[in-house]
Ligand binder design. Structure first.
Ligand SMILES: [Zn+2]
Length: 374
């Protein structure tokens, strides 16, 4: 999903990736830690004079360990998600931490445990560092004591910060799954989103007041994230209500594989269609041809060129009983204009992007009817 990132390793089959923004932020975080090293040393009850490493070296080490902590946090989400049957694409470390790409398991899936797993891990990991490891390392040098302390402190901070119900944060997701037990999933998302945006505004204002750019950035990402998730949920809500058969066009016009491109153009002009399924002599669908395929061909060969020279042989199809949301996903992923609807190997319809968009109107009509009947 995120381009400009590289895979650095795999943990139980899940690729851990580094985004280019991660490489930009790393020295910055190292610098921020280095310039606060005296304060951190004081919190860790370490004497700054006893530190053997340069502040920037310590900062870089801590920044990297911080991202390892974030990766482990995301991994906890991912492993719980996988145990509940969801598929994990990858974990990407970027500007403001990590993002786990978890396949959407449908509307009604309870994400509470998945959301809770990350903060729980961070809390336990932080506590172990502070209360178990730290006493063991006290006598082993100031640098180690400082690293263990700071890492423990930051993991607990990570747990607490993520538990703030600023949707789409972990806490916000937990809140939504609580709300969804009392109301519809979409309504729960709407409420959680509104609360998330409220937090985003508060974070931004507070960030401006104390002059903290990181807080302002976080606020910005929460706001954008909340808006996007809500919109995605609205789309999902509309489209999941329909089947492909509700909106597809039946009695599909097809073209034969051995007709010429000139004949195809003639058909397109006549029917005002810009794409057709292509059938062979036996009537089986063998591909698809669109106006776009013709454009790549010089005009002087239109009379002689046959459709099978320009058509695409990849037939992307759906079944009439598939829900419209999965059809929309297929059409967007393949970036095509139309899907062929097949039932038991037979062509039964065609579904274009504009057919899919009619779902909005159909939904509004259905609701209007419900309102009148009620
Ligand atoms: Zn998390």
């Amino acid at each position: 999903m995120f381009k400009s990132s590289i895979t650095i390793m795999k943990v139980s089959g899940i690729p851990i990736r580094l985004h280019v923004s991660f490489l930009l932020i790393l020295p910055f975080i190292a610098y921020v830690i280095a310039s606060n090293i005296a304060g951190i040393a004081e919190m860790a009850s370490v004497n700054v004079g006893d530190l053997a490493l340069q502040p920037f070296t310590l900062g870089l080490l801590l920044a990297m360990l911080l991202f390892v902590s974030v990766a482990l946090h995301e991994l906890s989400h991912s492993l719980v998600a996988r145990s509940q049957g969801m598929e994990i694409q990858d974990i990407t470390l970027m500007l403001l931490g990590g993002v786990a790409q978890i396949e959407d398991g449908g509307m009604e899936r309870d994400e509470m445990w998945m959301a809770f797993a990350g903060p729980l891990f961070s809390l336990v990991f932080g506590a172990v560092l502070l209360f178990l490891i730290r006493p063991l390392t006290m006598g082993l040098g100031a640098d180690l004591a400082l690293v263990v302390y700071y890492l423990g402190f930051m993991n607990i901070f990570l747990a607490v910060f993520n538990m703030i119900p600023a949707f789409p944060s972990d806490g916000g997701r937990i809140l939504r799954s609580f709300l969804a037990r009392r109301t519809s999933y979409l309504e729960a998302t709407r409420i959680a989103t509104a609360i998330g945006k409220g937090f985003a505004v508060a974070f931004a204002l507070f960030g401006f007041l104390i002059g903290n750019i990181i807080l302002i950035l976080i606020a910005f990402f929460i706001y954008i994230g909340a808006t996007q998730e809500y919109q995605a949920n609205v789309v999902k809500d509309v489209f999941s209500e329909f089947k492909v058969s509700d909106l597809m066009t039946e009695n599909v016009a097809t073209v034969e594989i051995d007709s010429t491109v000139a004949e195809l153009l003639e058909r397109m002009l006549h029917d005002r269609h810009s794409g057709y399924p292509v059938v062979d002599e036996s009537g089986a669908v063998v591909g698809c041809v669109t106006l776009g395929d013709i454009r790549s061909l010089p005009q002087d060969v239109h009379e002689t060129a046959r459709i099978d020279e320009i058509m695409s042989r990849e037939v992307i199809s759906v079944a009439p009983w598939d829900d419209l949301f999965s059809a929309l996903q297929k059409i967007s992923e393949a970036d095509i204009g139309r899907l062929i609807v097949m039932e038991d190997g037979e062509l039964v319809g065609i579904l274009t992007r504009s057919d899919i968009m009619k779902a909005y109107r159909l939904k509004a009509m259905r609701e209007e009817r419900r309102r009148i009947e009620a």
